[in-house]
Ligand binder design. Sequence first.
Ligand code: TXA
Ligand code: MG
Length: 347
Amino acid sequence: MKTIIYDVADPIEDQQLIEEAAEIIRSGGLVAIPTETVYGLGANGLSSDACQKIFDIKERPPDNPLILHVASLKQVESLVREIPPLSMRLMEKLWPGPLTIIFKKSDRIPDIVTAGGDTVAIRMPDNAVTLKLIECAGVPIAAPSANISGRPSPTNAIDVYLDLKDRIEMILDGGGSRIGIESTVIDMESEVPTILRPGFYTKDFLEDIIGEVRLDPHLKIPTETPRSPGLKYKHYAPKADLTAFVGERSRVVKTINEEIEKYQKEGKKVGVLTFTEHMSSYHADAILNLGSYWDTEEIARLLFSKLRDFDRMDVDVILAEGVEEKGLGFAIMNRLRKSAAGRIIEV
Ligand code: TXA
Ligand code: MG
């Protein structure tokens, strides 16, 4: 199968292309879609066969449920058993946007979407082209991140292409994803609303809207088994082994420089992932910049694409500077910790 890439900037100008994509979705095929968080691998969310293709192509473990993407609040009604008032408040305030809400599922949803569970994850992405596509397709679109399982999520069409070329019908290229890390996942069916996956919308921000919000215990104690099934697998991993360093900033630089020297003596090619302020502090083989240490939005936007750049540079090890775990820094460190398979070194 040849993968077509369409450049779609505008839902009105590109109406024809979007209708073609919608036809692929309706007939059970796969289309990679731009969203404000990361690119998604989209299929008809009401078709078991179409969703099965997502699992096959991504090599995704079958116990990891999918998110359904909708284009209107109305569309949610037939997919869930009820819309609790606090969930409605979140939907009205924050959709379209980087927030996935867990509901009790209705009978319309195939088991494969929810991995057999009785809840379903739903979100309305903030991307005009993708909203138009969902509307034209006339079905919710099931879409995990458009990467091979375990790899960093793609934030642009080329990164999708490099993972999924010749395995899917179409990629809609809507430019770079504005946020760069996946949506916050919040379980509104637990006694107290609980964040299962941190993202752009933080606990404090959500508490201002709905009152008390908890963090799933695994987010605080990395050894607890996560309740969001996808979170227990290896994730976001570049090809080279990554280690992240946190602590007082000048000590971090000193430690990374010692590590560079050690690895280079072993003949290894070393990549460093750092911030603008420290770009000239290292003598590594490849040094990539996540923007200013203080600009967490920029760091989140660039993180996954820089990890993928290291793959293309063929480094053997990656040494990364971490950020403080506050605000958006909490979600950034959650992703970096998984990319590092837990190797976070406090100096
Ligand atoms: O930003 C995003 O959410 C992106 C874009 C494409 O929308 N999608 C995404 O999907 O990140 P995926 O499949 O890579 O991650 C979905 C996460 C997984 O951790 C999964 O376990 C969790 O959501 N999830 C899905 N359904 C769930 C459910 N019913 N209960 C608990 N967690 C669920
Ligand atoms: Mg994913």
